[in-house]
Design a protein around this ligand. Structure first.
Ligand code: ADP
Ligand code: MG
Length: 597
């Protein structure tokens, strides 16, 4: 953890140097601050010589009033230097904290983008969001406010000890008699605070998850009138989070009172012994003042350290959670000789592919087939059979456990992922649009597309007319001001998006399911244009969709149970023929009215 922190701070060593320099100024000035008073008490009122450090600056001063002026002047100068140091220090410390937080956000998000989909099968998004926001904020907060304070305080304590020991070492020991008690107490408390903080953070990310789910699925929540249930779910978690926070707070709240009581004990001892020493003439009144001032200061850092313990705990917990994400190694294996996949012809081959999301339970078994460039492939079969999984392997969303997928005869694991995915266009069951202008949404698969290319794609995808009719045409921001698009419109934008990408291989995963007959016709028209000689995989629920396919693969239970053209399969009397029968019957019966539902 320490090495990790060092790596984070390393790029900012210049600022760190400034911070340390100003810190030294601040510490020295803090140490010097009670001395003008000592000079007044001992040298202006009394007959002590000026302390040596001050004598450097002033030389021998015999006039008491001049000495008083010097002491007064020194008070102001010391305070000004201390203030300037504190200002620069605070500014650069916060800068370091903010930029480290920025670096962390960048690397965590970049890492999350690199992780394979199987990571997301096993992790919820809520805690990840909360890591990238709250955990990193805690780290930033700690660096900006507590870390430097901790360093300053520790060094100040060390400096004070040196000065005190040189003034009167025996007396210093008396003054410090209570410190070990305090340290033990603070140390034990820290462990408790840290475990409580872990608890708090876990509950907070559960809160985020609930809000994210509840708002993300707001349509479902409303449709099923489950608003109250969602509210209660949040309430229960929120109460737990409050309780956890209060528990952490309870532990922490012990700290102030205990430390204050111990400080009072220490101060009383110093007064009692010190006053006697002054009366005996073994120590000057000014030295006692210096002692008392230091003592107040000495315990303040300990209190601050203790107070910072929550910050420290939060930051440590935050860093641990950040580390968990950064250490997650769930990337696709990269072949050492991976090379970009050039423009392909579009021959696709699956060779004895076996794959399971959980390797012990295969979802696809011994899948083998070859598709020639430009062919249309229909994938049909019962839902859950593995069709979507199969096309996912083509884009390397996952890697098969056995066998290989080849494009133009090359194992896709030997191609860079970016270049591979650049060869494949997707239109899925539901097209996800981003909160961005329409033209941006179309160009998503190819950010360098020209305006003409986007317009062409939209026209071919039958989307141009409805886009023009939107309030700001192509500049309309999707999802803004309640602007939502119908399912058919979204699909046509999805097709336009695949169109500008201009990939040789197309995957259409039930692109029209859930559309009404009229939208479906429009979408099919667009899809036919999109196809335009590309190797195309169509997953279709309605068998009529793939009637003209060059080859139809019937997939059930993770295996290809039949393959052939529509005509051959219909005659063969297998699963395909049975599905066909069932659907034709359905179609025939459909006109007989809605009561069939
Ligand atoms: P189809 O598209 O033919 O309906 P899928 O390929 O979506 O079928 O699913 C095949 C099987 O894999 C199903 O049993 C499904 O539950 C399972 N499955 C799909 N996606 C995942 C996933 N991300 N993690 C685990 N299992 C999955
Ligand atoms: Mg599917």
């Amino acid at each position: 953890m320490f090495a990790f922190s060092l790596r984070l701070v390393a790029p900012y060593w210049k600022w760190l140097a400034i911070v340390i320099a100003t810190m030294v100024v601040e510490i020295v000035m803090t140490l010097a601050s009670p001395w003008p008073l000592k000079i007044v008490l001992d040298s202006v009122f009394g007959a002590e010589p000026i302390p040596p450090v001050f004598a450097w600056f002033t030389g021998p001063v015999t006039d008491r009033l001049a000495l008083l002026n010097i002491a007064v002047g020194a008070t102001v100068v010391i305070a000004l230097l201390q203030a300037a140091g504190a200002y620069l220090n605070a500014y650069y410390t916060v800068s370091i904290g903010q930029w480290i937080a920025h670096d962390l956000r960048q690397s965590v998000y970049a890492h999350l983008q690199r992780l394979s989909l199987s990571y997301y099968d096993r992790h919820q998004v809520g805690p990840l969001i909360s890591t990238i926001t709250d955990d990193i904020d805690a780290v930033q907060e700690f660096i900006s406010t507590s870390l430097l304070d901790l360093v300053i305080d520790s060094l100040t304590i060390a400096g004070m000890l040196v000065v005190m020991l040189s003034l009167n070492w025996r007396f210093t020991l008396v003054a410090l008699a209570v410190t070990p008690l305090m340290l033990i107490f603070v140390y034990r408390l820290r462990a408790a605070v840290k475990s409580a903080t872990h608890d708090v953070r876990r509950r907070q990310s559960e809160l985020v998850t609930i809000v994210q789910e509840g708002l993300g699925a707001i349509r479902v929540v409303k449709a099923f009138a489950q608003g109250r249930f969602e509210r209660q779910r949040l309430e229960a978690k929120s109460v737990e989070s409050v309780e956890a926070a209060l528990k952490a707070r309870r532990v922490r709240s012990l700290l102030g009172p205990v430390v204050t009581a111990l400080v009072a004990l220490g101060t009383a001892a110093v007064l009692w012994f010190g006053a006697r020493l002054v009366l005996e003439g073994a120590m000057t009144a000014g030295a006692l003042v210096v002692f008392l001032t230091y003592l107040g200061r000495l315990f303040r850092p300990i209190q601050a350290v203790a107070r910072a313990s929550t910050n420290i705990a939060q930051a440590t917990v935050g860093l641990e959670r950040v580390r968990d994400v950064l250490d997650a190694d769930d990337r696709l294996v990269r072949a050492p000789n991976a090379a970009p996949l050039g423009p392909v012809e579009g021959r696709v081959e699956f060779r004895d592919v076996t794959f399971g999301y959980d390797p012990s339970r295969p979802v696809l078994r011994d899948i083998s087939f070859t598709i020639e460039p430009g062919q249309l492939v229909g994938l049909v079969g019962p839902s859950g059979g593995g069709k979507s999984t199969l096309v996912g392997l083509l884009a390397r969303f996952y890697d098969p456990q056995q066998g290989a997928v080849l494009i133009d005869g090359r194992d896709i694991r030997e191609a860079t992922i970016r270049s591979l995915r650049g060869q494949i266009g997707f239109v899925l069951q539901d097209t996800q649009l981003f909160h961005a202008p329409v033209w941006h949404n179309i160009a998503y698969g190819r950010p360098d597309a020209t305006r003409d290319q986007i317009l062409d794609a939209a026209r071919l995808a039958q989307a141009h007319d409805f886009i023009e009719a939107l309030p700001q045409g192509y500049d309309t921001v999707v999802g803004q001001g309640g602007l939502t698009l119908s399912g058919g419109q979204r699909q046509r934008l999805g097709i336009a998006r695949a169109m500008v990408r201009d990939a040789r291989i197309l995957v259409l995963d039930e692109p029209t399911s859930g559309l009404d007959a009229a939208s479906e016709r429009l979408v099919f028209e667009a899809l036919r244009r999109l196809r335009n000689g590309r190797t195309t995989f169509v997953i279709a629920h309605r068998l009529a969709t793939v009637r003209r396919a060059d080859v139809i693969l019937v997939i059930a239970d993770g295996r290809i149970v039949e393959r052939g053209t529509h005509g051959a399969l219909a005659r063969a009397g297998g699963l395909y023929a049975r599905l066909l029968d069932a659907q034709e019957q359905e179609e025939e019966e459909r006109p007989s009215g809605p009561e069939r539902l």
